[in-house]
Design a protein around this ligand. Structure first.
Ligand code: SF4
Length: 396
């Protein structure tokens, strides 16, 4: 928006007008009429946004505190429409959770297993091949590959998994392995993360998802996911991945014990990384699902908090092209409304998801492209089918 372009590694797409953020299309007016009637606390922020001035941490505090939720939505909507026009994107994808055995015990996790439970999963290559043949289709654009940190799996398992996917479904974009998995692979191979990324890329890895960042707060890390990669190492790892020329997303798990200031710290940290590398394609606020986790007593956060967090994300992350309203976690109704609160993407068909459903998500396991397009169209947005890197776009 107003920041100097980062020095991009070869292979990364710059944040400028183009498929990744097309701007308003000819004839589509950015709807800013609501910006004339904002509450007094939001008026100075409107002036900054319209002038392209970066919002500060304190501005973020105002956004989280304001009672003018319509004004907040209008501001976020304005920024989104300035970047992405009237489009709302989604992809035709499916998840592959290759194992749920995990050596960590993050307190917000209902997905992990110790390994001796009847529903422990470790996919072997015959299963992966059969599964991809039977349940994936030629039109599918992406497979999203993540799993637990399974101490039984050797490094070669991961390269073999990627090769098996590419041999069976060569056209699929493989978005796989969080910064947590990449660090684990560095540990078991005894090699640097850069070497791991190169070996995985040679085997078929195309980009990485944004999970595992949780909330980039030392306090939350200590209390909820102490065994796992600390915030500064997540940041250091994602920078290495970007510098190796792979795009990633960034997530933020919210709605548990974190404060809104910690959410803002997280957003400012992501914005800082993006300033250096330009490697993030999407920011994805993930709402915490407490069922079947040790934090069950916390309950779920509200729809309004989810929409507010989407809107604040859009406004604070002025250098990240896309904000995703991930329907699996937000629920269909809130995700749909999210498209009017700064989000421009609703993820994809997904089809088979375990991480959130094990924690009590009541959303369907998958939606058809027609169902997703219908949800988008109802908001007045133009549904557009995309690939992972936004290089192929198709109005539907
Ligand atoms: S969130 Fe990931 S690393 Fe943590 S326990 Fe669950 S599967 Fe393991």
């Amino acid at each position: 928006m107003n920041s100097a372009a980062p020095h991009l590694a070869p292979g990364l797409r710059p944040f400028e007008r183009g498929p990744t953020n097309p701007g308003p299309e000819a004839g589509f007016p950015v709807r800013d009429e609501l910006l004339d009637s904002l509450a007094p606390d939001l008026a100075p922020l409107r002036d900054k946004v319209l002038a392209g001035t970066r919002l500060s941490f304190e501005d973020g505090q105002t956004l989280f505190a304001t009672s003018d939720v319509h004004g907040l939505a209008a501001l976020a909507n304005y920024v989104n429409e300035s970047l992405n026009g009237n489009r709302a994107t989604f992809t035709f994808n499916r998840h592959l959770n290759y194992t749920n055995k995990c050596q960590y015990r993050c307190m917000f996790c209902a997905f992990r297993r110790d390994g001796d439970e009847a529903d422990t999963v470790v996919m072997d290559m015959d299963y992966v091949r059969e599964h991809l043949t039977a349940n994936f289709s030629d039109g599918m654009k992406e497979v999203h590959v993540v799993g637990g940190i399974n101490p039984d799996l050797p490094f070669d398992y991961y390269t073999e998994l990627l090769r098996t996917i590419k041999e069976t479904r060569p056209h699929l974009h493989v978005k796989g392995f969080t910064m947590i998995e990449l660090n684990h692979l560095a540990e078991i191979s005894g090699k640097p993360v850069e070497w791991v990324v190169e070996a995985l890329r040679e085997a078929g890895l195309d980009s990485c998802p944004g999970g595992g960042a949780e909330v980039l707060s030392p306090r939350v890390h200590r209390k909820l996911y102490n065994g796992k990669l600390p915030p500064e190492e997540w940041i250091a790892t994602v920078k290495k991945v970007h510098r190796a020329g792979l795009h990633t997303n960034a997530t933020m798990l919210f709605g548990h014990i974190e404060t809104t200031d910690e959410r803002l710290d997280h957003m400012v940290a992501i914005r800082g990384v993006q300033e250096e590398t330009g490697g993030f394609l999407q920011f994805i606020p993930l709402v915490f699902h407490p069922e079947n986790t040790p934090l069950q007593r916390l309950g779920k956060t509200t729809g309004l908090d989810s929409l507010r967090t989407l809107a604040v994300s859009r406004l604070m992350l002025d250098n990240v092209p896309h904000i995703k309203a991930y329907w699996i976690m937000l629920g269909l109704r809130i995700a749909q409304l999210g498209l009017l609160h700064g989000a421009d993407d609703i993820d994809g068909t997904v089809v088979e998801e375990h991480i959130t459903h094990d924690a009590g998500a009541t959303t369907p396991q998958g939606l058809s492209t027609e169902e997703l397009a219908g949800l988008i169209r109802e908001t007045g947005r133009q549904p557009v089918l995309r690939d992972t890197l936004y290089t192929e776009l198709q109005a539907v």
